[in-house]
Design a protein around this ligand. Structure first.
Ligand code: NI
Ligand code: MN
Length: 225
């Protein structure tokens, strides 16, 4: 499984020959100006919630690639009405796709589209791939619900927001990694806006001091699980 960071809360996942894109927000992110959305591959686009910093490039990429938009019912229907392929889910539900099993799990956040229309309830995704399992938290507070995830799935990587203000901060992400029983964390949702700027070295050291590994990738960089 290959994970690529495309800035903010956007990650690409390659697993079993399929390309999955999560929460594409690239053309609106000046720090990701070197990423060309017209070259990104996508068989599926997973959307955690409807906020603009998670859905901005969904339509453009899905129209070009014919990717299936996987999200909560309301977001899936929103893109379905625009003529895109979609797969609706809701909290606690799983579906076996051709690259692995996806479970949509709760997040503590909000979810409205840029025009104020209803975007269902926000979530995260647990992906059980052929050899590795990952959790993408989406925008969320620290929540006890995270303790449920390792009861079903042994995680190899947790992708957690660490920017604070709108989501968990670094200290809560450390507690989350305890709840998740996963010491390997990829941080996201930081630095993009003034509200969520963090000190990288301090964040990495805080994880290190707890015997955990926080990875902060350059935009466009990848890790192999
Ligand atoms: Ni949000
Ligand atoms: Mn966000």
């Amino acid at each position: 499984m290959k994970i690529t960071f495309y800035g903010h809360a956007c990650v690409g996942i390659e697993v079993s020959g399929k390309h999955i894109l999560v929460d594409p927000f690239i053309t609106g992110n000046p720090a990701a100006s070197h990423i060309d959305i017209n070259t990104l591959k996508a068989d599926y686009i997973l959307v955690t919630h409807a906020h603009q910093d998670h859905v901005l490039d969904v339509e453009a990429i899905a129209k070009r690639t014919n990717a299936v938009v996987v999200s909560n019912y309301e977001i899936a229907m929103h893109f379905g009405h625009k003529g895109l392929q979609y797969h609706p889910m809701n909290h606690g539900g799983s579906w076996k796709f051709d690259f692995g099993t996806v479970k949509y799990v709760p997040a503590i956040h909000t979810s409205s589209f840029a025009d104020g229309s209803y975007g269902g309830q926000p979530g995260g995704f647990v992906i059980e791939g052929e050899h590795k399992n990952i959790y993408i938290a989406g925008d969320t507070a620290l929540t006890m619900d995270m303790k449920l995830i390792p009861m079903r799935t042994k995680l190899d990587l947790a992708i957690l927001p660490i920017g604070s203000n709108f989501t968990m901060d670094v200290d809560d992400a450390i507690i989350a990694s305890d709840f998740l029983d996963c010491d390997k964390v990829l941080g996201y949702h930081y630095d993009t806006f003034g509200f969520i700027v963090i000190n990288h070295e301090e964040a990495i050291k805080k994880f290190f001091d707890k015997g955990k590994d926080l990875m902060l990738l350059e935009i466009g960089a990848s890790i192999e699980l």
